[in-house]
Write a protein that binds this ligand. Structure first.
Ligand code: NAP
Length: 281
């Protein structure tokens, strides 16, 4: 079997165009505030991409570049100001923060109504309860890819490798919400291969090149590679041994061009949702 490619780049472009049309139809232009603290090179690229996505979607972008020595208090003051601003529907603080800043109080300071990453405990609790207001961008992007290809997790065995709050845990909950039977694996899982071989839908979100090899994948499985690693040649790659696994899987996401563009599109979708929620209040 040679897998069909789940083309995140194409789907993200389609979604962004729909978002642009919906945003233009609102009474007020939606607005997203993006805060970057420090000069992490990868984070700078991510923020630049977000600014571009906003421009593509007709969303106002308020980008803040704070110096690496910004204090916790200064950051919290800015978030407080943005929470109160009428022209800001969504707030995103680019992670990771410099080591001297505490992540949790910063993420909890963002109003749950403007929490575009859905990291606030209220939004995480809603995801757990099954009535999400905003969904974390990466797992939500994976669900969109599945929906677009007509892949229904209901009744399927879904194996999620990785249990971070950002990807693995919410991924498992979204699959469960759609009636998948979900197994979550992590660094203490002793029999990763056996677990993966049971998967009808396998999602890997670890960050280790070639963690998932063809002998760990059942014939016809759907394989989603969330990871973004650099290989020895400096090329972007995921967790999955793509060429070999594509021979066994029914569907597979490439890296790049799979989950990454969907994560970006879902941030725009969450901003639109936030703007609509405020318009309807
Ligand atoms: P993370 O916080 O480092 O979590 C990694 C998870 O992998 C942890 O739960 C860890 O288990 C587990 N793990 C580590 N080694 C393992 C092993 N040998 N076998 C099984 N599980 C193992 O990372 P993250 O933030 O979730 O991100 C994961 C990957 O996705 C990274 O490559 C990141 O760059 C990528 N990512 C991509 C996007 C996108 O848009 N495409 C978005 C976010 C993240 P423990 O909990 O036991 O330590």
């Amino acid at each position: 079997m040679s897998a069909q490619i789940l083309d995140g780049k194409a789907l993200a472009a389609k979604m962004k165009e729909n978002i642009r049309l919906e945003a233009a139809a609102l009474r007020r232009q939606p607005g997203l505030a993006v805060i970057l603290v420090g000069d992490n090179g990868a984070s700078q690229v991510y923020v630049r991409n977000k600014v571009k996505d906003c421009s593509d979607c007709g969303i106002a972008c308020f980008d803040y570049y704070l110096s690496a020595d910004t204090t916790q208090e200064q950051l919290l003051t800015l978030i407080d100001e943005l929470n109160g601003r009428e022209d800001v529907d969504g707030i995103l603080v680019q992670l990771p923060l410099p080591a001297h800043l505490e992540e949790r109080p910063v993420l909890e300071a963002i109003s749950p109504m403007k929490d575009m990453d859905a990291f606030h405990p209220e939004n995480m609790g809603r995801i757990l309860r099954g009535d999400a207001r905003f969904k974390p961008c990466t797992p939500a992007g994976v669900m969109e890819l599945l929906h677009e290809a007509g892949i229904d997790p209901a009744g399927k065995h879904c194996v999620v490798v990785g249990r971070s709050n950002i990807v693995g845990k919410p991924m498992a909950l979204l699959l469960l919400q759609e009636n998948g039977t979900v197994t979550v694996c992590h660094s203490r899982t002793p029999d990763l291969k056996e677990q993966c071989l049971r998967a009808d839908i396998l999602v890997s979100a670890v960050g280790r090149e070639n963690l998932i090899t063809a002998d760990m994948v059942k014939d016809g499985a759907v394989v989603i590679d969330v990871a973004m690693n650099r290989n020895a040649a400096g090329k972007l790659c995921g967790d999955v041994d793509y060429a070999a696994v594509a021979e066994k899987a029914s569907y597979i996401t490439p890296v790049p061009g799979g989950v990454g563009p969907m994560t970006r599109a879902m941030l725009m979708a969450n901003t639109l949702t936030a703007a609509k929620l405020r318009e309807n209040r």
